[in-house]
Design a protein around this ligand. Structure first.
Ligand SMILES: CC(C)(COP(=O)(O)OP(=O)(O)OC[C@H]1O[C@@H](n2cnc3c(N)ncnc32)[C@H](O)[C@@H]1OP(=O)(O)O)[C@@H](O)C(=O)NCCC(=O)NCCS
Length: 291
């Protein structure tokens, strides 16, 4: 007699992501090697919407979330299927559900290598690469060019002061998300002639800290807006997700933060990366899912 038996696949149902315990979502992201803590999931649930694939007794085998930014745009993230159920149609089924629920919105996401074929087949177009720089910070932050203006902290209740700058760089209204981030993030701003021309946030995430969003109009401004956080993180694990391939990326590498992984920014509908010289851009992402 055989001592093992292969059973047929079971049925999965879509449920609202808010209906399952965060510990199950945490176990799901751990199953694919992602660093999210339960607290990181709680934050994402507080600013986004999503579905999970559950079986008849409530076990979670997949997730997909979307994050509305204003009325006509959303970013998609946290698309995960358990290794046990991968390559059986679960991911495509979850994405079909998300696309139906996001009908009428322009969409963007940051695709892992594993998901690229799926998103491409669903009509998402490639826009750029995001490099995940991470590592343990050395005790002293690397040297940088002198900056002739001051960087100062911004109180969480003064977020309205960065709304226009962020909209110009990100291309959509994400103030609701920034408000959520500001509950745990420290915020620094750079002013010229009294006007805020750059800002950065740093918050606990995953294995340590994430610095992002970072919005600036030049590599040097972005470097200083990042260094101001790095100065307090010697010996700690730090992550910065950036599309930069220039001086900003070099600065991260010099601080012991090499590019560990790459994801591909993709969109469906309008293009989201519309960089113009001298205009503010997103140097550091808030996170892969938030854009
Ligand atoms: C990416 C991921 C969600 C895909 O989920 P999945 O359940 O395997 O997806 P599906 O079975 O529906 O496959 C979707 C497509 O991927 C491709 N694919 C899936 N498995 C494949 C395999 N083993 N070899 C080649 N292509 C494969 C196929 O093109 C398939 O489309 P099809 O409908 O034409 O067969 C899953 O691999 C995963 O969770 N990976 C780790 C986390 C991650 O990277 N998430 C993406 C975040 S952006």
């Amino acid at each position: 007699m055989q001592d093992a038996v292969r059973l047929k696949s079971f049925e999965l149902f879509a449920r609202d992501i808010g209906s399952v315990d965060v510990s199950l979502l945490h176990a799901l992201s751990i199953s694919v090697g992602w660093p999210h803590r339960p607290k990181d999931w709680e934050f994402l649930l507080s600013v986004g919407e999503g579905i999970v694939a559950v079986d008849g007794i409530g076990r979670v085998f997949g997730s997909a979330m979307w994050f509305p930014h204003g009325d006509d745009f959303a970013t998609i993230g946290l698309v995960i299927t358990t290794p046990r159920t991968q390559a059986q149609g679960n991911g495509r089924w979850l994405m079909d559900q998300v696309l139906a629920r996001c009908a009428g919105r322009d969409l963007a996401l940051n695709s892992t290598r594993a998901a690229y074929i799926l998103y491409h087949s669903l009509g998402f177009a490639t826009e750029g690469q995001v490099y995940m720089h991470q590592g343990v910070m050395p005790p002293v932050t690397a040297a940088r060019l002198v900056l002739k203006v001051e960087i100062e902290a911004l109180a969480p209740d003064a977020l309205a002061e960065i709304a226009a700058l962020d909209h110009a760089a990100f291309g959509a209204d994400r103030m609701a998300h920034l408000k959520g981030l500001a509950e745990t993030a420290s915020i620094q701003v750079l002013r010229r002639g009294g006007a805020i021309v750059g800002y950065s946030m740093c918050r606990p995430f995953g294995r340590g800290h994430v610095i992002g969003p970072i919005v600036a109009s030049s590599d040097n401004d972005a470097i200083h807006l990042t260094a101001v956080h790095l100065d307090g993180l010697g010996g700690q694990f730090v992550r910065v997700d950036t599309r930069s391939e220039g001086a900003f990326a070099d600065f991260l590498r010099r601080n012991g933060l090499p590019a560990a992984e790459t994801v591909t920014t993709m969109s469906k509908g309008r293009r989201i990366l519309t960089e113009r010289p001298g205009e503010p851009i997103v140097f550091g992402l808030a996170g892969h899912a938030l854009g």
